[in-house]
Design a protein around this ligand. Structure first.
Ligand code: ADP
Ligand code: MG
Length: 353
C-alpha cells in the first residue's frame, strides 16, 4: 500500500517497470498499472535507417513488408540483438509513458527486466539503452524474479517457490528461496518455436505453406498441451505447395497438439530437470506452494494440467501472466527498501564494445 506521502511524491516522479520481451514490450507506471503493451517490433526505413513505426503498427507490416521498409525484432532470445533499434524502441516507450503525465516531472526512474544468465556486456547494453532513452535512474532485475514478484510469489520468504516464464524466445525456470534464485534453467524453446513447429507440420503433413503470424494465431486459438474436454477443428489458410493455390484446410486440435508436442515436451523436461536439482527440503515446499506459470506461453490450453500430471506437483497459471514481469519490475520501486536486494548490479567498467 502507498502511504499518502508516497502517493504525493509519486505524482511528481515517474517510476516505471519495463519488460523488454522477445514478443511483447510492456511498461507499467506506478499508480497507473500497465500503460503500454506493444509487440516488440520496429519498422525501419531502409533508405534512412530510421525507425518509422514501433509496436503493433510495425507488427502489422510483418511478413507483408513493402520493399523500402525493414521489420526488425530487436530482442532475440531475450537479449538485445540490435542495440540502436532497441534504444529507439525504449526511447519511444519511455517518452510515451512520460507524455501521459499531467504535470511536468523529472525524468523517470526505471527498472528493466533482463533474462537470467545474460552476460555483463548484454546487461550493460540494456542499461545504456535505458539511460540514453531518457531514464534518470536505471535498475536491472532478472526476469524470473520480476515475474515471480508480479505473480505474487513469496520470493522473500524462506519457503521455496517456483516460476516458469514461457515467452516468445525463451523459457525460464527458477526456484526461489530467501529472496534468491536457488536453481534456474533457461532454454531457447518457447512460443516462437511452437509457431515454427506448426509451420513445419502444415508443410510436411498437408503441403500447406503458412506464415508465422497464421501459425501463432492457430496456436493461441486452438493449441493445447493436454487432451481438451472437447476437441475441435481449426481452419488454416495458406498456399498449397503443389497447386500454388490459396487453400483453407480443416485441422483438428489433436493434430495441432501433436505438431507442438516436441517443444512442449522440452519445456516439461526442463521443469523436471530443475526439480531434480532442487534440494529435497525445497521440493517439499514446492509440493505445498505449487508451480506457477507466467508469460504468454503459460496461457497454452492444458499446459498447467500437463505439467501437474508429469511432475506430480500442483501447477497453476498466474493472474494476467503476460504482464507479470512489467508489474513485478514496477513493484520494486514501490517497495524499494525491501526489494532492492533483488536487483542485479553491474560490474564497474564493463562496456558494450
Ligand atoms: P516475451 O516475454 O518473450 O515477450 P510473452 O510473455 O509476451 O513473451 O509471450 C509471448 C508468447 O506467448 C508468444 O509466443 C505468444 O504466441 C504466446 N501466447 C500468447 N497468448 C497465448 C495463448 N493464449 N496460448 C498460447 N500461447 C500464447
Ligand atoms: Mg517475457
Amino acid at each position: 500500500m502507498l502511504s499518502p506521502l508516497d502517493y504525493f511524491f509519486g505524482l511528481f516522479s515517474l517510476d516505471i517497470g519495463i519488460d523488454l520481451g522477445t514478443a511483447n514490450t510492456l511498461v507499467s507506471v506506478r499508480g497507473k498499472g500497465i500503460v503500454i503493451n506493444e509487440p516488440s517490433f520496429v519498422a525501419i526505413e531502409r533508405k534512412t535507417q530510421r525507425p518509422i513505426e514501433v509496436g503493433s503498427r510495425a507488427k502489422e507490416m510483418w511478413n507483408k513488408n513493402p520493399k523500402d521498409i525493414m521489420i526488425v525484432r530487436p530482442v532475440r532470445d531475450g537479449v538485445i540483438d540490435k542495440f540502436e533499434v532497441t534504444e529507439a524502441m525504449l526511447h519511444h516507450l519511455i517518452g510515451k509513458a512520460h507524455e501521459q503525465s499531467w504535470v511536468p516531472i523529472p525524468r523517470p526512474r526505471v527498472v528493466v527486466g533482463i533474462p537470467s544468465g545474460v552476460t555483463e556486456v548484454e546487461k550493460r547494453a540494456v542499461y545504456d539503452a535505458a539511460v540514453s532513452a531518457g531514464a534518470r535512474e536505471v535498475h536491472l532485475i532478472e526476469e524470473p524474479v520480476a515475474a515471480a514478484i508480479g505473480a505474487g510469489l513469496p520470493v522473500q520468504e524462506t519457503r521455496g517457490s517456483m516460476i516458469v516464464d514461457i515467452g516468445g524466445g525463451t523459457t525460464e525456470v527458477a526456484v526461489f528461496s530467501l529472496g534468491g534464485i536457488v536453481i534456474s534453467r533457461s532454454i531457447r524453446v518457447a512460443g516462437d518455436e511452437m509457431d515454427e513447429d506448426i509451420v513445419q507440420y502444415m508443410r510436411r503433413k498437408h503441403n500447406l505453406l503458412i506464415g508465422e503470424p497464421t501459425a501463432e494465431r492457430v496456436k493461441i486459438e486452438k493449441g493445447s498441451a493436454f487432451p481438451l474436454p472437447r476437441e475441435d477443428i481449426a481452419l488454416v489458410r495458406g498456399r498449397h505447395l503443389v497447386t500454388g493455390m490459396p487453400t483453407s484446410l480443416e485441422v483438428s486440435t489433436i493434430e495441432i497438439r501433436d505438431a507442438i508436442s516436441g517443444s512442449v515436451g522440452i519445456i516439461v523436461d526442463t521443469i523436471k530437470d530443475a526439480l531434480d536439482d532442487t534440494p529435497p527440503e525445497l521440493v517439499g515446499d514446492l509440493m505445498e506452494s505449487g508451480i506457477c506459470l507466467a508469460g504468454g506461453g503459460g496461457l497454452l490450453a492444458g499446459l498447467a494440467d500437463r505439467v501437474q500430471e508429469e511432475v506430480n506437483i500442483r501447477c497453476w497459471v498466474a493472474d494476467d501472466p503476460l504482464t507479470c514481469v512489467a508489474r513485478g519490475a514496477g513493484r520494486v520501486l514501490e517497495d524499494y527498501n525491501n526489494l532492492r536486494r533483488l536487483l542485479v548490479g553491474l560490474e564497474r567498467g564493463s562496456t558494450r564494445h
